[in-house]
Design a protein around this ligand. Structure first.
Ligand code: FAD
Length: 484
């Protein structure tokens, strides 16, 4: 990239923001003319919510050989471990904290090997002002403390939307710490191992992590995990899945033929000695195309009727995690139930939980020492937009995707303005793209999306460095006049 310095701000310093920074720094054409601000409100860069855990029981849910963070190189993490003298089996499920070390090392190396400049800044971006019509004017980012930063391009890597509490929670329970809104906050589970009974809201992978942490000691609490469906993630196989392409009929835009094709393929691979995991994993590269081919109403129906079932097959427990979890279930230490929580009520130092079992007329109730929210991310951008996105939406510089799960983006990750025009300046990686791509939050997609966004940013910078077409046109017209 030649010409004036290009300033890029990346908002969010979790895995997605860090991987986006790594790709920008590694972009060969970008060197020497790029300044990057990587901004995170927690001041932690590279680990984010998923990988900052130091608990060795918290394992990656993807085999090592598929967790590479460099676009087009899924095996890069596995190679990195071997280069450090710590070779592991390709199919190993490693501690998540180790993956954070990998991302941080990649970032430091990319920084060292690039002429571009990277600044890590702690702060929450609350607004981004995009000046309409002023193509060359910089974007202005405002931080919560009032500081302002200018940038030519911005990558939004905010992670998932915050969902808030799944039910109204009395202030007293929040203040006393008896209700834990976010188990991933530093120190959130510090006292919980002294409890006798804990109720976890949600039965997905976060619940599994929390339950294993609480049950690590012999004298820890009993855990009751509840969700409306009571479904728990399935387990990974100990060997790598065999990825094989198969035909998925997308022409009709309807779900039924696709579901039928998936079941037929499961039967086929089962007869050949493989299993459903091969089919689910084989779909991953084509899932975004499949998702986009579905009619809007069919995508809505998938969310309403199939989402949970899909998630428990798609987001699976590492084998060692599943072994441990199932052993605790067998001993009665962990119980999973299909129940809806109706309300919470302080009860001395404890909490009384009112529950409704599907089909039951009367409410049930239990008393526990603590309630921990693992109910997952927000799914409604229109209601749950953080200030920085609310401002962009209100200004028409961004729009929600059709389902409102996140932002509408071009195939390359540029935000679409209210009128559908792809931005040359605003991009997104990670969970904000889920509504458009469906597969957007795993490292597989984050690495490839980051590579594409980095290339687009460099190309846009090159275009901006060219003389304005209107100026060229004016110059040509003037010389024509002079010649005449
Ligand atoms: C517990 C867990 C385990 C997982 N395990 C795996 C796995 O094994 N393999 C896999 O591929 N995927 C896994 N995932 C998926 C995971 O979502 C991604 O791999 C990745 O961690 C997502 O990173 P992110 O940067 O998008 O989000 P986050 O980690 O949430 O990071 C977003 C960051 O942005 C910051 N931020 C948000 N808003 C602002 C703002 N306005 N200003 C400044 N900073 C802001 C936040 O503070 C946060 O630090 C897991 C997810 C979870 C939750």
């Amino acid at each position: 990239m030649s010409g004036p310095t290009e300033r890029v701000a990346i908002v969010g310093g979790g895995a997605a923001g860090a991987v986006a920074a790594i790709h920008l720094l590694r972009e060969p054409r970008a060197r020497g003319a790029l300044e990057i601000d990587l901004i995170d409100r927690t001041g932690s860069f590279g680990a984010g919510v998923a990988y900052r855990t130091a608990d060795p029981l918290h394992l990656l849910n993807v085999p090592a050989v598929r967790m590479g963070a460099v676009a087009g190189r899924p095996e890069h993490f596995h190679e990195w471990l071997a280069d450090r003298g710590e070779p592991v089996a390709e199919e190993a499920f490693l501690p998540r904290g180790l993956f954070a070390a990998y991302i941080r090392d990649l970032l430091v190396r990319a920084e060292r090997e690039s002429d571009a400049r990277l600044r890590r800044r702690r702060g929450e971006v609350t607004a981004i002002v995009a000046h309409h019509g002023a193509a060359a004017a910089p974007l202005e980012l405002t931080l919560a403390d009032g500081e302002r930063i200018e940038a030519d391009r911005v990558v939004l890597a905010l992670g998932p939307l915050e969902a808030g509490d799944p039910i109204p929670v009395p202030a007293e329970l929040k203040a006393s710490g008896v209700y834990v809104a976010d188990p991933w906050e530093a120190g959130a589970l510090e006292d919980a191992h002294r409890d006798r009974q804990v109720l976890v809201v949600g039965t997905g992978l976060s619940m599994v992590d929390v339950a294993l942490t609480l049950c690590a000691g012999e004298n820890g609490p009993r855990v009751r995990a509840v969700s409306r469906h009571g479904l728990v993630p399935r387990r990974h196989r100990r060997t790598l899945t065999n990825l094989r392409r198969f035909h998925l009929p997308t022409e009709t835009g309807r779900l039924e033929p696709i579901v039928a094709a998936i079941f037929a393929q499961i039967c086929r691979v089962s007869r050949q000695g493989d299993d459903w995991r091969d089919v689910i994993d084989s779909m991953r590269p084509v899932t975004p195309a499949l998702w986009k081919a579905l009619d809007l109403e069919e995508r809505r129906r998938f969310l309403a009727e199939h989402h949970r079932l899909w998630d428990v097959h798609r987001f699976r427990m590492a084998p060692a995690v599943a072994d441990r979890f199932e052993a605790h279930q067998a001993s009665g230490r962990i119980v999973v139930e299909a129940n809806s929580i109706v309300s919470l009520e302080p009860h001395g130092a404890r909490v009384r939980v009112f529950l409704r079992t599907p089909g039951a007329h009367d409410l049930g109730q239990v008393e526990v020492d603590r309630v921990i929210n693992c109910s997952g991310a927000g799914t409604d951008l229109r209601r749950q937009a953080p200030p920085v996105l609310a401002g962009l939406l209100a200004a028409g510089a961004a729009r929600a995707d059709e389902l409102g799960l996140g932002l509408d983006v071009s195939p390359g990750g540029a935000l679409l303005a209210a009128d559908g025009t792809p931005s040359e300046r605003l991009f997104a990686v990670g969970a904000l793209r889920k509504g458009v791509e469906w597969e957007a939050i795993g490292i597989t997609e984050i690495r490839d999306h980051s590579g594409a966004v980095a290339r687009q940013i460099v190309a846009a910078g090159e275009r901006a460095a060219l003389p304005e077409p209107t100026a060229l046109h004016a110059a040509a017209t003037a010389s024509e006049w002079e010649a005449a």
